[in-house]
Every structure is written in structure tokens, then in C-alpha cells.
Ligand binder design. Structure first.
Ligand SMILES: CC(C)(COP(=O)(O)OP(=O)(O)OC[C@H]1O[C@@H](n2cnc3c(N)ncnc32)[C@H](O)[C@@H]1OP(=O)(O)O)[C@@H](O)C(=O)NCCC(=O)NCCS
Length: 226
């Protein structure tokens, strides 16, 4: 039986999703820079995008991962903030971060878990990797007993919002802004209701049921039944 405290790894033939390690920092910095440049033109202020530096991002990932490296060796006491990477045929293609609901913009709902980020390298989009990472992130949060799940996105990031809506997320809060370089950028909170298990603190809750979403393949999400 899988303990909710032990981060799990998902493996398929050519794809692995696992916790990030310090050696991933270079790939992660390049992915964040490339993904932000490709996704956020016209959404984030240009003044931020022109200053994006893969080198600075690499350093930021490196210090975060070095700080948690020791905890990764002892996963039972691992940080509640988890950074996951998907790699395909040996190369890191994207990442997702899961954490307890944060108060960065608004107080989170009681008991919430949060997908703090989900980014693929632009060349890795449209292959189903985002869906796999997203499912892994949900499974991780549900296994740890969080519910509901929330995430924040730019209101203008229509492609990402469509992706989340197809997976069952619903708009929860609108009308907030993230002020970047003095520019108010509208953001929205999305929510995914999940059934919180009374056994979450002692056992896994990730026996996800398959749920059909119109026009797509079934996804593994445990929607609230109420
Ligand atoms: C949002 C994001 C993570 C989604 O990931 P993705 O891999 O592109 O999305 P999917 O997993 O749904 O795959 C996209 C398409 O590939 C298809 N696909 C799924 N599995 C596949 C497979 N094994 N082989 C080929 N295609 C596949 C899907 O059917 C989907 O097509 P559809 O949109 O017509 O349904 C990704 O696009 C991304 O990184 N965007 C930029 C960053 C961003 O906006 N992040 C969110 C911040 S809040």
C-alpha cells in the first residue's frame, strides 16, 4: 500500500514522472524560460519577458532543489511543496509543482491543495505529456488528503484554461490581478472538487475512477459525488 507521505513515481514505456533533483535544474530553467516566452507574450508585460533569463532561472531551481535534496532522500519528511518532472526518452520535457493551498492571492479554501505550476517545453506540447503530469499532480495531492484542489492562471491564457476545463476544473474566482512591473494582469482561480477520504492520513486515496470527458479520452479524476 502506498503511503501518502511517500512521493510516487509514474512510469510508462518511454516516460517517467518523478520528483525533481538538483541535476534537473538546467533543463528546468530552459523549459521555464522557453515556455514563458512562448505562452505569455501579450499576457505578461514585455518588460518581464525581455528580462527572462534561463541562467537566472537555472540558479533559482538549483538552489531550491539543493535545499530540498536532503529531504528527497528521506521522503517521509519531504517538503510539502513538491516539484515533479516528466522526462521522455531520458530528456526532461516539463514540470509541475504541488503544494498545500497558498495565500499568494487569496486565502485558499479549507483543506485545499494547489497545482502551483504546470509547464512543458513548447516542443513537447500536444503529446499528452501535460495530461499525464496533470494527473500525477492530482494523484499526489489527493493521496495527501487535500481537497478541493485549486490553481491560478492568467485569465488570458485561453489554451491552458481550455485544458483545465476539459479535465473538469471550474472557474472559482475571477476579478483578481497579479501586478507585474506595475501592470495589473487579470488572474483566475480554478477549482477541482475531489472526494476527501477519511483514510487520507493513513492510506492512499488514489484509486481514481475513470471519468469520460466529451470529445476526449477518459481522464483519471475523482470528482466529488455531491
Ligand atoms: C497546458 C499544457 C501543460 C497542456 O499540456 P499538453 O501536453 O499540451 O496537453 P494535452 O496533454 O491535453 O495534449 C494536448 C493534445 O495532445 C493530444 N494527445 C494526448 N495524448 C497524446 C498522445 N499520447 N500522443 C499524441 N497526442 C496526444 C490530446 O488529445 C490533446 O489534444 P486536444 O487538445 O485536441 O484534446 C501545455 O500546453 C503547456 O505547457 N502550455 C504552456 C504553459 C501553460 O500555459 N501552463 C499552464 C499555466 S497555468
Amino acid at each position: 500500500m502506498q503511503s501518502p507521505l511517500i512521493p510516487r513515481t509514474t512510469r510508462t514505456d518511454n516516460r517517467i514522472i518523478r520528483l525533481a533533483v538538483p541535476e534537473d535544474a538546467v533543463a528546468l530553467g530552459h523549459i521555464q524560460a522557453a515556455s514563458h516566452q512562448a505562452t505569455y507574450a501579450g499576457i505578461m508585460p514585455d518588460s518581464i519577458l525581455v528580462r527572462l533569463s534561463a541562467e537566472r532561472l537555472i540558479e533559482r531551481f538549483r538552489s531550491r532543489l539543493n535545499a530540498s535534496a536532503e529531504a528527497h532522500l528521506a521522503p517521509v519528511v519531504a517538503s510539502p511543496n513538491r516539484l515533479w518532472v516528466v522526462h521522455v526518452n531520458g530528456a526532461v520535457a516539463g514540470y509541475a509543482a504541488t503544494q498545500p493551498g497558498a495565500s499568494t492571492f487569496l486565502p485558499p479554501p479549507h483543506g485545499a491543495g494547489e497545482i502551483e505550476s504546470l509547464y512543458l517545453h513548447p516542443d513537447a506540447k500536444g503529446l499528452g505529456l501535460g495530461r499525464a503530469l496533470h494527473q500525477h499532480a492530482i494523484d499526489d495531492l489527493v493521496a495527501r488528503g487535500f481537497g478541493p484542489l485549486v490553481l491560478w492562471a492568467f485569465a488570458a491564457n485561453r489554451q491552458a484554461l481550455r485544458f483545465y476545463e476539459r479535465a473538469g476544473w471550474v472557474l472559482d474566482k475571477a476579478g483578481e490581478n497579479w501586478v507585474l512591473d506595475g501592470v495589473a494582469c487579470p488572474i483566475v482561480r480554478y477549482r477541482l472538487p475531489v472526494a476527501r477520504s477519511a483514510t487520507a492520513s493513513t492510506g492512499p486515496t488514489i484509486d481514481a475512477q475513470k471519468r469520460g470527458v466529451p470529445g476526449s479520452r477518459p481522464r483519471q479524476i475523482r470528482p466529488e459525488t455531491t
